[in-house]
Design a protein around this ligand. Structure first.
Ligand code: SF4
Length: 379
């Protein structure tokens, strides 16, 4: 039974140049029908939901929703599920669509954590990314969220932006620290295919900062944020003590969750499940009482081990070595020792975790271990 529920709101007013998430911008006329479909899907799949420790409303842009829409979905969850009194209930929000009444609407609906997509506090960088807000609006959104009563605020940042240098990134970090949020996420900008960013880079119209500078930005974030009292608990995430994002920790720990909405993903009974990624088709299917599930995969033993490895290594505390079957770790020992010898892994205390040096090249460490696992299982 899933202790975590994810609600997907796949609407954005404008596409950011780096974004390859599914979202639609002509949402005005279908939000009502979409909210009805969300409530119906929740009803259809309620048997998978246990006592909820966390609810996460993500997108897209959930702050596009009107107060009545947030109230509708939260009322439906409350009448359908048992929510733990201490549940973490998050909504994502973008400064460009976040109003004071919207913030109050979230609080009234029972949302107790807000995750704001600040991305940068440099206007030039925000404009290049295609964001709808400037730095002043981002700061105003955080200040209003705090004054209105949010006691748990998370801020998202992006580094490695074309034209960004270490000085500019440091300024964003220093200003972010002065906003005293409980949680900060800092993601490296990754050019995904089928995005404007990718096309502009291919055509040579934009250039990413070089690899060494991006690595320096990452280590600078770790140093400034840990110095300010945040625990670096996941590759890209930092939190004040005991304020890690529980929804995401459940994901990295391979806990079950149910995802509702167009394009939402679930992990239930050892299966990775994804919903149809088309809002209109989703509404149509759910209205007819048809399942909106597009794909369902029962993980193989190898996939389970690989997930344990690549999700577990995302956390800076790593994972318990016993989560990998003993007959695999036995054969992995040489590869693990080799990576430890190179200063990329720390194997002390029965845990496997990346070192500071390993964090920046986590993908290549994971690929090396996965290739080894593949060979062990094939033998
Ligand atoms: S607001 Fe978020 S989901 Fe929407 S286009 Fe921008 S990055 Fe993508």
């Amino acid at each position: 039974m899933a202790g975590y529920l994810y609600i997907h709101i796949p609407f954005c007013l404008k596409k950011c140049i780096y974004c390859d998430f599914y979202s639609v911008s002509d949402s005005k006329f279908i939000i009502g029908a979409y909210m009805t479909a969300l409530c119906k899907e929740l009803e259809m799949r309620k048997e998978y939901i246990g006592k909820l420790c966390g609810i996460y409303i993500g997108g897209g842009t959930p702050s596009i929703l009107k107060e009545k829409d947030i109230a509708t979905i939260m009322d439906k969850i409350r009448s359908t599920c048992h929510i733990s009194a201490a549940a973490e209930i998050t909504s994502e929000a973008n400064p460009g669509t976040l109003t004071e009444s919207g913030i109050k609407g979230m609080l009234n609906a029972g949302i107790n954590r807000i995750s704001i997509g600040v991305q940068s506090l440099r206007d030039k960088e925000l404009s290049l990314l295609g964001r709808m807000h400037d730095a002043a609006e981002a700061i105003a959104a955080v200040t209003t969220a705090r004054k209105s009563g949010f006691g748990n605020i998370s801020l998202d940042l992006i580094y490695g932006i074309p034209g960004q240098d270490l000085v500019s990134w440091k300024r964003t970090l220093e200003k972010i620290v002065s906003l005293h949020s409980e949680h900060i996420s800092a993601y490296e900008l990754t050019p995904e295919k089928n995005t404007v960013l990718y096309e502009q880079l291919e055509k040579g119209r934009l250039h990413l900062p070089d690899e060494d500078e991006v690595a320096e930005m990452y280590y600078t974030a770790i140093d400034i944020l840990t110095e300010a009292g945040y625990k670096h608990y996941e590759i890209s995430n930092f939190a004040l003590p005991n304020l890690q994002c529980r929804h995401n920790l459940n994901y990295w720990d391979r806990g079950e969750y149910l995802g509702i909405g167009a394009g939402a993903h679930s992990f239930l009974n050892g299966r990775r499940i994804s919903n149809i990624c088309d809002v209109r088709q989703y509404i149509h299917d759910v209205e007819l009482g048809t399942s909106p599930i597009a794909e369902e995969t029962l993980l193989t033993r190898r996939e389970e081990i690989e997930e344990t490895l690549f999700l577990g290594l995302r956390k800076t505390d790593g994972f318990d070595i016993e989560l990998i079957p003993a007959n695999i770790t036995e054969h992995l020992k040489e590869a693990l020792d080799d990576l430890a010898h190179q200063g990329l892994l720390d194997l002390s205390g029965g845990h496997i975790k990346l070192t500071r040096k390993g964090l920046i090249i986590c993908n290549s460490v994971i690929v090396r271990l996965m290739l080894r696992i593949e060979r062990i299982l094939r033998a």
